[in-house]
Design a protein around this ligand. Structure first.
Ligand SMILES: C[S@@+](CC[C@H](N)C(=O)[O-])C[C@H]1O[C@@H](n2cnc3c(N)ncnc32)[C@H](O)[C@@H]1O
Length: 285
């Protein structure tokens, strides 16, 4: 039997993957152990990790409610709603809210939270990339820069779904990572037993994190290899860093027009040097 040397194994582990070669988004969000850790991060009011921190969410809900004049008669969908931190608050305005997420743990939490606070919101355990509904929405939101974490083909699919489900005059609000944040990305290789304090598995493991930069495309990759006794799992976290021009072009190809840029989904002013921005877009053709 040919046994690979440790040198070969480590060479392979540290090799730069081809751009967008592997997508692991569903595994990242639906693995039972990881989704439990993700939910804890969502619900930590002081963390800007899976969700923004609580104080920001309150401001964003106030902004979104006012900007889109939400209330009875309006319909809103929250794509990748997580545990419903926005959806349940927005539903409290009387607006008809549908939250979509493919993490069953998050959807269950969101439903329970809605029931507990007496809020009427519809939650679908659903991959938004394959969403087909007769419902049309005045507003679709996607928050926490999820758009940046999608590979180009998924972004195209998403925009088709968004376009199909917007009511006439409807708008899509989302946020993205901006090019100035790419400047701060450093290539690195990190190794640790139980990397990130057991985040990746309930079983003992050794974790390897490699961060790569893809200069021309302004993309970063955090690749996690989680080596357990009987299996190795890999998670690829791609981030596309946008300029407003690039986003405008991408939306344009999907028949959407960027109608306003803000600094974030809570209505801050756009700043070209900031690490993120948000966009409001509408159907253009
Ligand atoms: C970074 S979290 C943000 C959650 C929520 N928007 C918030 O800010 O609290 C991304 C969420 O999108 C969900 N998600 C990612 N890709 C999805 C897909 N294709 N279909 C449905 N949900 C998806 C994940 O399960 C996760 O709950």
């Amino acid at each position: 039997m040919l046994v690979k040397s440790m040198f070969d194994e480590l060479s392979e582990l540290n090799a730069r993957p081809a751009l967008f070669s592997t997508v692991t988004t569903p595994e990242l969000w639906t693995d039972p152990h990881i989704s439990e850790r993700m939910l804890a991060a969502h619900l930590d009011p002081d963390l800007d990790l899976s969700s923004y921190r609580a104080e920001f969410i309150e401001r964003a809900v106030t902004f979104i409610t006012g900007y889109f004049e939400l209330g009875p008669g309006k319909r809103l969908a929250d794509f990748g709603c997580g545990p419903g931190l926005y959806a349940n608050r927005l539903a409290a305005t009387g607006c008809a809210v549908t939250g979509l997420d493919f993490s069953s743990r998050s959807v269950e939490y969101a439903r329970a939270a809605a029931a507990k606070s007496g809020v009427d919101a519809r939650y679908l355990h659903q991959d938004y990339l394959s969403y087909r509904d007769t419902e049309r929405y005045d507003v679709i939101i996607m928050i926490m820069r999820d758009y940046s974490a999608m590979v180009p083909d998924a972004r195209r699919r998403l925009l088709r779904v968004v376009r199909q489900h917007l009511a006439p005059g409807g708008a899509f609000l989302f946020d993205v990572d901006a090019v100035p944040a790419f400047d701060a990305v450093e290539e690195k290789a990190v190794y640790s037993p139980s990397l990130m304090d057991g985040f990746w598995s309930a079983r003992p493991y050794f974790g390897f994190l490699n961060t790569f930069r893809y200069e021309t495309e302004r993309v970063s990759l955090d690749k996690y290899e989680i080596v357990e006794e009987t299996q190795t799992k890999k998670y690829f976290n791609w981030i596309q860093f946008f300029t407003p021009e690039q986003l405008t072009a991408e939306l344009g190809e999907a028949g959407l027009a960027l109608v306003e840029i803000t600094g974030d989904v809570a209505g801050a002013s756009y700043h070209p040097a900031a690490p993120q921005f948000a966009a409001v877009s509408e159907v253009s053709r």
